[in-house]
Design a protein around this ligand. Structure first.
Ligand code: NAD
Length: 336
């Protein structure tokens, strides 16, 4: 039995996480869920967005399955997502985007894995006002050689282990010569140790244009924190949207699995949220836990449902009247 810390999260979180848990339980995987709280819902319940009990659970299980957490724009508490990634040193954020046969998009052959540095860069949390009038502010982007090394090494190893051919580093070292320069230097040094993997470097703005016009040239992409955050929404858009993209936050001795998307306040409570992204995150978690058969069963079922296009939420088929729960039921049904 694998113990997993389950955080349902905010907004659409509880509704999609209930479906994901239902699908994982039906797959035969041996999971014992330990429910914990974080984010806005935890704040409302316990007056803290990250209660001690949640950390105690994650300290013990070292594996978490998490719904999206709301972070208020501009004010309020610091992002709990960022805090968890930093505290547990979940340095590699792996976000795969692959075309689906049944989802109509501009391209039908996209297969890109973004590996985003997840603990430093511009999301280091070092931000402050310089004046009492709060009319000047600064943010510090911290990039370390060791932090760059571990995520870039992860990306190359991931490419090798998963039969991928190429790693592209996306950077902005032409302007940010020191911070981005360290990241690029480490990427070049690491590439030299992986002669079997093709290496490419692209300045991030040009990379965006290339990704939109010719996404087939990208395979594994490794990049710093904020660029990875942005590029992975771009790749989501190439394959059918945020309702389909899972993410794994990987450290040396802990891992957290979630969708790339957020708490989607615009569709909360409307039975419109697509549970596929968190269910695919569940597949990544099951593979991490060695539950390969259950992972394969769910992946096959979800591909069947999404590619058929009948029991899917309206983000995938605007004519559809199918809701979150019905799509979850269809995935469970497809496993039978
Ligand atoms: P969002 O990802 O929540 O939503 C962006 C758009 O995608 C919206 O139109 C939404 O309706 C749609 N969408 C998202 N998930 C969907 C799903 N499963 N099915 C169908 N449509 C879906 O981004 P946002 O609106 O910019 O952010 C809302 C909140 O989420 C913010 O507080 C933000 O900080 C937080 N957030 C959290 C995480 C996380 O917990 N990992 C990630 C991103 C954003």
């Amino acid at each position: 039995m694998h113990k997993v810390t389950l955080i349902k999260g905010d907004g659409i979180g509880p509704s999609i996480m209930d479906e994901a848990v239902k699908v994982i339980d039906a797959s035969g995987a041996k999971i014992e869920w330990e429910e914990a709280y974080a984010g806005m819902s935890a704040f409302e319940k316990f007056e803290t967005p990250l209660p001690d009990d949640t950390m105690i659970s994650f300290d013990k299980t070292r594996v978490a399955f998490k719904g999206p957490l709301t972070t208020v724009v501009g004010t309020g508490f610091r992002s709990i997502n960022v805090a968890l990634r930093q505290k547990y040193e979940l340095y590699a954020n792996v976000r795969p985007a692959k075309s689906w046969e049944g989802v109509k998009t501009r391209y039908d052959d996209v297969d890109i894995v973004i590996v985003r540095e997840n603990t430093e860069g511009l999301y280091s949390g070092l931000e402050h006002y310089l004046t009492s009038k709060k009319d000047i502010a600064e943010s510090l982007a911290v990039v370390t050689r060791s932090g760059s090394q571990r995520v870039i090494e992860y990306a190359f190893k991931y490419a090798r282990d998963n039969n991928r051919k190429k790693v592209t580093v996306c950077h902005k070292a032409n302007i940010l010569k020191y911070t981005q320069g360290i990241f690029l230097d480490v990427a070049r040094e690491t590439a030299a140790r992986y002669p079997d993997i093709q290496f490419d470097e692209k300045i991030v703005d040009a990379a965006c244009m290339h990704m939109v016009m010719n996404p087939q040239q990208f395979d594994v992409v490794v990049t710093t924190n904020m660029f990875g955050d942005i590029l992975s929404d771009l790749t989501a858009g190439l394959v059918g949207g945020l309702g389909l993209i899972p993410g794994a936050n990987i450290g040396d001795d802990a891992a957290l699995f979630e969708a790339v998307h957020g708490s989607a306040p615009d569709i909360t409570g409307k039975n419109l949220a697509n549970p596929a992204a968190v269910i695919m995150a569940g597949v990544m978690m099951l593979n991490h836990l060695g539950e390969f058969d259950a992972a394969k069963r769910i992946k096959t079922a979800i591909e069947k449902v999404v590619n058929e296009g009948r029991y899917v939420t309206p983000d995938l088929n605007p004519q559809s009247k199918v809701g979150t729960k019905e799509m979850g039921d269809a995935i469970v049904g497809a496993m039978a």
